[in-house]
Design a protein around this ligand. Structure first.
Ligand SMILES: [Fe+2]
Length: 266
């Protein structure tokens, strides 16, 4: 499976070996989070969203009908979420990178970035990284090498689904770089660093039309789908943060709310 031929920037062979050794395939935990816990989290979001919600991606303005992100602190919700994370990681020895809630809204704008979650300290104080990829990120990381880390699992808890079908599409491709891969923008420069990329088109029209119609067909050429997780309340979805993924297609006007926890090796 591991076919990559170049080391990503500021990653050693040792780094890659460590991450490969600890890699686990994506998985879903069904009927995992108690309804009362989901309700508590949604209530907290409702009470605080007016003060805290910000637009996600593409510089969109705050307001109704936009995809919105909601940062939360571990002191606020960790007592609810922590035991679930411990169970998924099978240890208490993990490091929190950040937690967010996302209200994804198909308002005509596409939530279509195929990406990894390798770097998200930018979303945590007091580490003030300017961004999670691109030139500014690399300049900052060169100066702040002590903040390099090994990403571990991304964990998503669906909280509210107002959509006929909504999913997360996980590709069978990983990227062990320090930065969050933005495959839409950087696919030419980064394809030598992606594991398991093929030359032929591996995604059927049927799957593409149902789950990926918001994503450019050419972008996913050569990528294989590991699995498509249909969101269900009470489930938890988890994958290595290095795994390429994208929010699945939704119909116009539909929304979904989920909580994300990004973790790292301690
Ligand atoms: Fe992500």
């Amino acid at each position: 499976m591991w076919t990559v031929n170049k080391l990503p920037r500021m990653r050693s062979q040792e780094d890659i070996d460590f991450m490969r050794k600890n890699y686990k395939v994506p998985s879903k935990y069904t009927n995992f989070m108690d309804k009362s816990d989901i309700n508590q989290i949604v209530d907290f979001w409702q009470e605080n969203r007016a003060d805290r919600e910000i637009s996600a991606g593409g510089g969109a303005k705050h307001g109704k009908g936009k995809t919105l992100r909601f940062p939360w602190k571990w002191e606020e919700l960790g007592h609810i979420v922590g035991p679930y994370v411990n169970e998924i990681l099978k240890t208490k020895a993990w490091r929190l990178i950040a937690g967010r809630m996302y209200l994804v809204h198909n308002d005509g704008r596409k939530w279509d970035t195929v990406h990894t979650d390798n770097w998200n300290l930018v979303k945590t104080q007091p580490v003030a990284a300017p961004t999670n990829n691109g030139n500014k990120f690399w300049d900052w990381l060169e100066e702040n090498e002590q903040h390099k880390y090994y990403p571990w699992r991304t964990i998503v808890f669906p909280l509210q689904i107002k959509s006929k079908v909504t999913s997360t599409v996980l590709f069978d491709n990983v990227y062990f770089g320090n930065d969050c891969l933005n495959w839409n923008r950087d696919n030419e420069q980064t394809r030598n660093y992606i594991e398991n990329l093929q030359s032929e088109d591996l995604i059927s029209d049927e799957v593409y039309d149902k789950y990926l119609n918001h994503v450019d067909r050419n972008l996913v050429k050569g990528m294989e789908i590991f699995d498509i997780y249909d969101w269900q309340l009470g489930d938890a979805l988890t994958w290595d943060s290095t795994q390429l993924h994208v929010s699945g297609a939704m119909e116009f006007g539909e929304t979904k709310l989920g909580m994300t926890v990004w973790t790292a090796h301690p």
